[in-house]
Design a binder for this molecule. Structure first.
Ligand code: NAD
Length: 243
């Protein structure tokens, strides 16, 4: 029960990894604010989590800045405090550099990166001292493939944001880390055109489960990770270690 009495905001809580994070943090005692733009997916996560009195559910688009402030206000009104934010919401686009428009870049940067920056601003203004930030990045922050340029750039930008937040949060005991999943068995992976076309071929041993990521997210948020901040925590089954 590492999060008993604590309030954690999870964005992208309707997705595979977001739902696993919600279940894990809930099982360890947290009050949760679950955010996703897909109300149906949010309802599925809500149903997977047992204690409705410890839940606040908000259908919102994380790329709208004012909504981050509204989420914090609602969280504090309901639970009296915020102790952590897990930025999980993300989206991909599959296009070559010659085809990507400004709108494409803006949309992917907004969902994967700006949204995390908006929540970070709110956290620095309203989160408890000693709180934690976890950004779900990707191994695409380190190595990438064709046709996912904006996604890879946004995920790399998140690792930089974690370092800045770690530095600026240090005096208040605020820790900030990135988790870099490899391939994880969720709709995002299953629907990938690069997987379907064979451009990206996966060894089954390189595919993890959402719970594998949730375990690392929970560790990064917990007091056990009190000396871990500004870090890139990779969970990829060893995929990046191979020559
Ligand atoms: P998913 O598609 O199951 O979940 C993503 C969730 O984000 C969805 O519920 C979606 O509705 C939500 N979302 C998207 N845009 C939003 C917006 N503008 N506002 C609010 N919610 C929005 O995918 P997942 O695999 O669970 O991915 C979760 C995170 O993990 C993403 O950031 C993804 O980039 C990252 N990741 C996934 C994998 C993988 O293989 N699945 C690998 C590395 C990193």
């Amino acid at each position: 029960m590492r999060f008993s009495g604590k309030t954690i905001i999870v964005t992208g809580a309707g997705g595979g990894i977001g739902q696993a994070c919600a279940r894990r943090l809930h099982d360890e005692g947290a009050n949760l604010v679950l955010i996703d733009r897909d109300a149906g997916a949010l309802a599925a996560t809500q149903a997977a989590v047992a204690a409705p009195e410890r839940l606040l559910v908000r259908a919102q688009d994380v790329s709208v800045e004012a909504e981050a402030a509204a989420a914090f206000e609602a969280a504090i009104q309901r639970f009296g405090r915020v102790d952590g934010v897990v930025s999980v919401a993300g989206a991909m686009i599959y296009k070559g550099l010659e085809a990507l428009t400004g709108q494409d870049w803006e949309r992917i940067m907004a969902v994967n990166f700006y949204a995390a920056a908006y929540f970070t601003r709110q956290a620095f203004n309203h989160m408890q001292d000693g709180g934690g930030l976890v950004y779900v990045s990707s191994i695409h922050a380190r190595q990438t493939s064709a046709l996912v340029g904006p996604y890879a750039a946004a995920k790399a930008a998140l690792t930089s944001l974690a370092r800045t937040a770690a530095i600026e949060g240090r005096a208040r005991g605020i820790r900030a880390n990135c988790v870099l999943p490899g391939a994880v068995d969720t709709p995002m992976l299953r629907d990938s055109p690069n997987i379907k076309s064979g451009l990206e071929v996966l060894d089954p041993q390189d595919v993890g489960q959402p719970e594998d990521i949730a375990a690392l997210v929970a560790f990064a948020l917990s007091d056990e990770a009190r000396f871990v901040t500004g870090a890139e925590l990779i969970a990829d089954g060893g995929r990046l270690a191979k020559l």
